[in-house]
Design a protein around this ligand. Sequence first.
Ligand code: UDP
Length: 329
Amino acid sequence: MNVLVTGGAGYIGSHAVKLLVEAGHKTVVIDNLDRGHREALDARAAFYELPLCDTAQIVRILEEHAIECVMHFAALAYVGESVERPLDYYDNNTSGAVSLLKAMRAVGVRRFVFSSTCATYGQPDRVPIVETMAQQPISPYGWSKWCVERILKDMAAADPEFAFAALRYFNVAGAAADGSLGEDHRPETHLIPLILQVALGQREKLTVFGTDYPTPDGTCIRDYIHVEDLCQAHGVAMDALKPGEARFYNLGIGRGYSVREVLQSAQRVTGRQIAVEYGPRRCGDPAELYADSTKVQAELGWKPRYTEIDQIVATAWNWQKNHPHGYDR
Ligand code: UDP
């Protein structure tokens, strides 16, 4: 298939491009390189540096490459930043998607795979989280993605040929198994890369955000899904989409690990001691989030290959120790 990937220079988008290219799809990337890395671009994919708001240019790219499906990863994704700068989130994430969808409509591209998030569920009343549970985001980031899901539903209702899959990610982690791509966020706020920066001596210690949660060891529990498994699910969803379909899937491995368990895993994988300090809770962190991923497994036949935290951390460590300064060196 001819696929346009937005955000193909970002963490998840770059892994998706690699997988698509290797599966034989003709892949085209657009990215504004605001948060993505030029070095993460795949030389086998055509690249256009451009913002999502440039509808006219996207129309030209869709036409020129006879695009059949769009995978939309480009977005801002810091919850805290979204609270401080909500308009930037609605502008990039929501209006950006509208611009892209308008370009698709102009050309008649009607297959869309969307990076959504478990943040659209907010603070769920129970776990595991099933797709049918109420969505009540608690941050502008979550709402900015929720709005796109809403828009997609309305588009599918208006156009019987339009098909989309909204994939609600849990905690995406790890790096390409061949070591060619990895995670390089600036600033880094995610648990696993931060722990590995401590292991590398780049950071003095990890601050554990809260030890008094109602979980077995008092720290938060999250569902860590390997980035390659996640991208694989995008490919399967893209292939499965039939005109008129609206599909929603949670993407997690279906079990959670606590912050302490992730720390222990990193100590096993790196063979290094990781200094820790115990701090207060981080505002807005639910105690426990993990997916019920039965739906995607049953309907798409997708299964995560990485189900043990040590395997996921090992790929992240392989990348980080070889690229201690990310894509710069
Ligand atoms: N966390 C932590 N210390 C840090 C960063 C994260 O204790 O320096 C915890 C955080 O409270 C959450 C988990 O690690 O329970 C995963 O956080 P991350 O920011 O990676 O992802 P989130 O679940 O917020 O999307």
